[in-house]
Design a protein around this ligand. Sequence first.
Ligand code: ZN
Length: 418
Amino acid sequence: MEGARTRHSGSTYRTVSTGFTRDVNRSAILRLIGSSAPIARHEIARQLGLSSATVTQITRGLIEQGLIRVAERAPSRGGRPALLLELVGGAATAFGAKVAIDHLVGVRVDLEAEVLERFECKFDAAADGAVDRLGDVLADWLGASDGYAPLLGVGLGVPGVFDRSTQALDSPLLGWHGVHVAGQLQQRLGVPVFVDNDVNTLAVWERLYGRGTAVEDFIVVTIGRGVGLGIVVGGDIYRGFRGGAGEFGHITVVDDGPPCSCGKRGCLEAVIGDPALIAEARAAGVLPRRHGIARLDGLAKSGNEGALAVYAHAGRALGRAVSTLVNVLAPELVLLSGEGTRAWEALAPAFERELRAHLFPTFADVVVEVEPWDDGKWAIGAASLVLRATFTAPLDGEQHDRVRARIEAGATAAEVVA
Ligand SMILES: [Zn+2]
């Protein structure tokens, strides 16, 4: 019998009962294999502080369930070669979707977040009954599950603040206030549904699969219709009180400036968001009425001075705002993403100048990278909300328990959406 004090998820300890101990150990082992495969049993035992008998017993069970397998045999000095274990990517699937104001992007992924299918459709988030409609679309997409491994759950990335304690979502951008979107969709779809801020799902993607895999402290800033921020501290998302961290778009940058969707004036988003750029360009006679952001990008790319001036203004405001973030958070890396980066060439000179001019000297060489724009990463990040549950200890709540129960039951996607 393993001791009652069990190590899990890094450095926290908690006193637990016997059956629970086994479950925690099992999750910790799955998680470690997921992050460090191929890995030998004795290494798992060493890293988790478990006995080799416990590790052997649990990994044998996981192999029988088809969740892990022997990847290879490592040479050893004398004795039997060590078995190296890895996840079986195809053992289960998860679904992720990014909810934008006018469209949805969804992906079906396997346990290793390899994309098996991608979906996209128009969606009017501001319409009456939008959450019901979202449920219909997801049910359709999930329904086409023939031939896929069991579905563990659905993750959603939504532009807004999701309070995990009340499970309520507030999204001024979508016009959703206090919506219990996870609960509603869970009833409709019959699978666990996880919700997070959309920029957080992108940051999760970067942390698990992208530029952040080897970086413990980084930030993701997104520009486009809105301005978003994902903060990764010590390797995990920083969510703040009630999940509200990251409302970077609503810091005040102009006293009594243009009105913002949040009800205040002069927010960063109200100055550099797409609608603000369009308004500024029209007011300056640069952009004809009826034309939008694509036209403004085109004008800047062709060297139109008026359009370049609009972007230079935005680049300055963004550069100064990001310098404040860096001075406060000291990230190793700043990732810039979002559809607004399509005009990066026009934004970059003023952004760089203003950023470097306001950085605390210690941070003068902070690395800023601009990521190619891709909705799919946000959706994979949303699916990762489900996949993470496979690898975290059951202390993370009922939802995660349900995901693990689905692995054990081997429930099929066809059953769950019926
Ligand atoms: Zn605002």
